[in-house]
Write a protein that binds this ligand. Structure first.
Ligand code: INI
Length: 160
């Protein structure tokens, strides 16, 4: 048995007729807005037009899962991109917000079978966050957008 002779199924970075919802937190907006711009830019560059995208704003990362769930279960979207920034402070608040956001989004994806891309930064410092929102570590919003496109393509292939 070899990989060369085995059928491999993987998604492509172009999904035709995709409808994408971006859920963006207003909390730490100075980080989330560049993530959102990165996501929109990546979607546009891969052929997804503005008409195929809807942006929904929520107060903070903790509120992202319930809105992602509503959007996913509406069946109006092929994928949801979650965008937020949870930056560690001096209290355990970070752990609750970041943990519940991640766990909630994983649950939404599994229960709806709609892919949810996790573009929520969880960092110890502001610098780590800005580095990942268009700084020297790239743009995790753009990465999440590409993941969303690839997952739509992959799930469509697996259905057919
Ligand atoms: N929300 C964030 O998106 N990022 C954070 O870093 C954050 N911190 O640190 O508190 C945060 N808190 C707000 C939270 O998401 C809810 O909006 C709030 O608790 C009301 O439910």
């Amino acid at each position: 048995m070899s990989i060369e002779n085995t059928r491999i199924i993987e998604g492509e970075l172009s999904a035709r007729d995709v409808r994408i919802a971006c859920v963006a937190a207003r909390f730490n907006g100075f980080v989330v807005e560049p993530l959102l711009r990165g996501a929109l830019d990546a979607l546009n560059r891969h052929g997804v037009t503005d008409k195929q995208i809807e942006i929904v704003r929520v107060p903070g990362a903790f509120e992202i899962p319930i809105v992602a769930r509503k959007l996913a279960l509406s069946r109006r979207f092929d994928a949801v991109i979650a965008l937020g920034a949870v930056i560690r402070g001096d209290t355990p608040h970070f752990d609750y917000v970041a943990g519940e956001c991640a766990a909630g989004l994983a649950r939404v994806a599994l229960e709806s079978a709609v892919p949810v891309a996790f573009g929520v930064l969880t960092t110890d410092t502001v610098e780590q966050a800005t580095d990942r929102a268009g700084g020297k570590e790239g743009n995790k919003g753009a990465d999440a957008a590409l993941t969303a496109i690839e997952m739509v393509s992959l799930l469509r292939k697996l259905e057919n």
